[in-house]
Design a protein around this ligand. Structure first.
Ligand SMILES: Nc1ncnc2c1ncn2[C@@H]1O[C@H](COP(=O)(O)OP(=O)(O)O)[C@@H](O)[C@H]1O
Ligand SMILES: [Mg+2]
Length: 153
């Protein structure tokens, strides 16, 4: 399966998708979270972080750009919000490549990375619905193609 469209009627549904996604994450996974300001990217990431670390209401990396976590199983989890990244040259300092050597990365505003797209990745695009909820469009690449089905309702 390469594509999946899910309905997320409220914030709790984003968090639940994040929690289900968390169970599939392994070292080397990049999850690119796309969608405009307020689309629900951080809400989804928080759901994944809480499921893996027990930390509720993880801070949004709006200004720090990245937050690192480590799960009880020893998986490094990086949460990035690159909205304020000014120059892709700064990316080296954020340690995203290193994080992917040992863990997984959830990345908001991946377009700020100047076309960086790992072959093994899951793209999630969040859009507003007229009813006030969100739609998530998931697109699997590489090894995600065999795992995407695990996120179906
Ligand atoms: N599925 C949803 N339906 C309705 N509101 C949502 C949904 N997901 C998130 N929200 C709300 O949208 C707002 C912005 O969410 P946030 O995750 O911070 O967006 P982003 O990180 O994309 O800017 C928050 O108030 C959040 O509770
Ligand atoms: Mg955000």
């Amino acid at each position: 399966m390469t594509e999946l469209v899910l309905s997320l009627p409220d914030p709790a549904a984003n968090a639940d998708l994040g929690a289900r996604l968390a169970r599939l994450l392994k070292a080397g996974d990049a999850v690119l979270l796309e969608g405009g300001l307020g689309a629900g990217k951080t809400t989804l990431a928080r759901g994944a972080i809480e499921a893996l670390t027990g930390i509720a209401d993880a801070p949004s990396p709006t200004y720090t750009l990245v937050q690192h976590y480590e799960t009880q199983e020893g998986l490094v989890l990086l949460h990035a919000d690159l909205y304020r990244l000014e120059d892709p040259e700064e990316l080296d300092e954020l340690g995203i490549d290193e994080a992917l050597d040992h863990g997984a990365a959830l990345i908001e505003w991946p377009d700020r990375m100047g076309g960086w797209r790992p072959a093994d990745r899951l793209d999630i695009t969040l859009e507003d619905t007229v009813a006030g909820g969100r739609t998530a469009r998931l697109k699997a690449h590489g090894s995600w193609e065999t795992r995407l089905g695990g996120l179906a309702d």
